[in-house]
Design a protein around this ligand. Structure first.
Ligand code: GDP
Ligand code: MG
Length: 202
């Protein structure tokens, strides 16, 4: 059976700070260099409602993100601002609404084998201070939870990228209509995916 996951999809968004830092080309270049295929793209200024819906597409997001954040504080020996995960996420969500509606964003859908894991690898961990050197967040931005929490705002980490196949499906539907997703062939797919490599030599 041939590998069935060659057309996995990820929703990627260059956040307002990424646009302001003139990183649209750099981000796209890294994904293109990897061999991934861009199948949809648009620039827009999101509404507050659209952002709230985006982050709460998964009904568990409020609880899971709150619990993760509380654990993060405790792992660092710090006292979380609240023991209630929902209170924590309410604050995070308020910050995200302000951040993500502050200017234009670029929303994209990328396709390819392992695209979700590969994009997350290229993008780097959520907190730029601790994301790997060589990743986009690790190379181009210096924010930390310590600084963003003290200043009462969302962490500025340039990019959003889907975390799982099910998250990607919901997010792609949220930002794009089916007609906006373009089905086409890229010549390089032959060298990335073709099993026999029988079309090269003349
Ligand atoms: P991502 O997929 O890498 O963006 O990270 P998540 O989906 O886990 O979190 C979504 C957003 O919630 C992040 O972009 C942050 O703005 C916020 N967030 C997540 N974890 C934390 C945390 O530990 N502390 C704070 N202050 N914000 C967080
Ligand atoms: Mg996420």
């Amino acid at each position: 059976m041939p590998y069935a996951g060659k057309k996995e999809r990820s929703l990627v968004m260059i956040k307002p700070d990424g646009i302001q830092r003139s990183l649209i080309g750099e981000v796209i270049k890294r994904f293109e260099n990897m061999g991934l295929k861009l199948i949809a793209m648009k620039m827009l200024v999101p509404t507050v409602e659209k952002i709230e819906q985006h982050y709460t597409l998964d009904p568990n997001w409020r609880r899971v993100t709150g619990e993760k954040t509380i654990k993060g504080y405790k792992d660092k020996g710090m006292t979380p601002p609240s023991e209630d995960p929902f209170e924590i996420t309410a604050k995070i969500l308020a910050g995200l609404k302000k951040y993500m509606t502050s200017g234009p964003v670029v929303a994209m859908v990328w396709e390819g084998a392992h695209v979700i894991k590969i994009v997350r690898k290229l993008v780097g961990g959520t907190e730029p201070l601790t994301s790997d050197v060589g990743s986009i967040r690790g190379d181009y931005v210096l924010d930390s939870y310590e600084m963003s929490d003290a200043d009462g705002r969302a962490i500025r980490n340039l990019i959003h990228a889907s975390g799982s196949v099910s998250e990607a499906e919901m997010e792609i539907k949220h930002w794009f209509t089916p007609e906006e997703l373009i089905s086409y062939r890229l010549v390089q797919e032959e060298i990335l995916y073709d099993v026999n490599l029988d079309g090269i030599l003349e």
